[in-house]
Design a protein around this ligand. Structure first.
Ligand code: NAD
Ligand code: MG
Length: 400
């Protein structure tokens, strides 16, 4: 390796407490967990900015409670809803539109950016935070799938530090503990719960409904990542995320299915040691680790009691029933524009499945067809990344 996405954070200066926090995606599942951590440790954070998407009502309630100086919403409808629901007493400066997220991510009044928007919309603000040299808690894995090469370069140039919120990558980060040398690391092992359809074959998967797919056995998450977990695309995106974060080739990142979601991932060293990270599956744990890094703080989650868990099991992923993991690996191998296609088709397909316009097994079929149609293009600028993302979305929508 290569290098971590920036430098090993222990060797860089982290902003002092209280940290001035911007949460991009404050109204989502990760936003909820982050605000629980912030509320438990008010001495450590000034909530400076809260950005929601279209949920103006929920954002207004959060602003009344956390009193940020800035808030952002995606469009005029959300702005009106926000203003209609904002109680008197505190009025943050309100920004509107996709540019607002980029502005919040880079502003001088913010030290720490939690990137927790869902999907490719997280790419530009994450890149802006990287260019501005921020400490970044990264939940939005899609931004690395789209433009990990650009975000890595921006971090290198600015000294920005990315701390992985995604539970598997946070586990790896802790298991790596500063080791980064090629000759020390044998491989990284991502654990996957297997999702709600683990053990079922393709014929069964043809019949599953939206509600069945949304019912994740272990984690409570937003709709998009819940479907990604059911198809195993989440693990595919996480494989690419891990390669970017830790500077490793995909053949050094394995996946093992672990239905209990207690072991969050492992690092295997060349001496044969495997270091695992264990914990209750609750996103407050990795979020608190990132937001307070390098310090540890108490988190309100049930303690892990291994004796009552009893058994931890592990098995190989079924790549025939769940081809998305294979497709992600192939896309990453094929070059930097293929993962953009993988992600864009996946986002459109997941939305279509959630809208009950296509079936569950149409998701991998559409992605494979999109990748087959794609001829590599240059994506060495953010504009080129976004142009390809938009073009693939348009084309995929048209084919639906
Ligand atoms: P969610 O759907 O619950 O929330 C998404 C947030 O993004 C909301 O605040 C929404 O308003 C906002 N948003 C949506 N579209 C937007 C747009 N176009 N512009 C600006 N804001 C927009 O999603 P989530 O489950 O919180 O996931 C957020 C990210 O974190 C995803 O990238 C996901 O893969 C990642 N992640 C989530 C979990 C989890 O447990 N939920 C775990 C690991 C990683
Ligand atoms: Mg994860």
């Amino acid at each position: 390796m290569k290098t971590y996405i920036s430098s090993w954070p222990a060797s860089v200066e982290c902003p002092p407490f209280p940290r001035r926090l911007a949460i991009l995606g404050a109204t989502g599942s990760i936003g909820d967990s982050a605000l629980k951590v912030a509320a438990k440790h008010p001495e450590r954070f000034t909530v400076t900015a809260l950005a929601g998407g279209r949920n103006g009502k929920k954002l207004a309630a959060l602003c009344a409670r956390f009193r940020p100086a800035y808030a952002a919403v995606l469009d005029e409808t959300a702005r009106k809803e926000f203003l209609d629901h904002l109680p008197t007493g505190h009025a943050p400066e309100l920004l509107v539109g996709p540019e607002a997220y980029v502005r919040l991510a880079a502003m001088d009044e913010v030290d720490l950016v939690l990137s927790s928007i869902v999907g490719a919309a997280g790419f530009e603000p994450t890149l802006a935070a990287a260019e501005a040299g921020k400490m970044i808690g990264l939940a939005n894995k899609e931004s690395l799938v789209l433009g990990g090469h650009l975000i890595r370069a921006a971090c290198k140039a600015s000294g920005a530090v990315i701390l992985p919120v995604d539970s598997e990558h946070n586990a790896l980060f802790q298991g790596l503990a500063g080791h980064g040398a090629d000759h020390e690391i044998k491989r990284l092992i991502l654990t996957a719960s297997g999702g709600p359809f683990r053990g079922h074959d393709r014929a069964f998967l043809e019949t599953v409904t939206r509600d069945q797919a949304l019912a994740h056995p272990n984690w409570s998450m937003g709709a998009k990542i819940s479907i990604d977990s059911a198809t195993l695309m989440n693990k595919g995106l996480e494989l690419i995320e891990a390669c970017h974060l830790y500077g490793l080739p995909p053949e050094m990142v394995g996946v093992v299915v672990h239905p209990q979601s207690i072991v969050h991932s492992l690092v295997e060293y060349v001496d044969g040691s495997q270091l695992a990270h264990l914990g209750t599956p609750d996103m407050q744990v990795p979020i608190a680790h990132c937001l307070c890094f390098p310090e540890r703080v108490t988190v309100d989650v049930p303690r892990l009691d291994l004796a009552s868990v009893g058994t931890l099991t592990f098995e190989e992923p079924d790549l025939d029933a769940f081809p998305c993991l294979r497709l992600a690996r192939e896309a990453f191998d094929a070059g930097p524009s293929h993962p953009i296609v993988l992600n864009a088709v996946n986002e459109i397909a997941v939305e279509a499945f959630l809208g009950e316009r296509i079936g569950f097994t149409d998701i991998p079929t559409m992605i494979e067809a999109g990748l087959d149609r794609h001829a590599p293009v240059d994506v060495s600028t953010p504009e080129a990344v976004l142009a390809l993302d938009h073009e693939v979305r348009r084309e995929t929508e048209a084919r639906l």
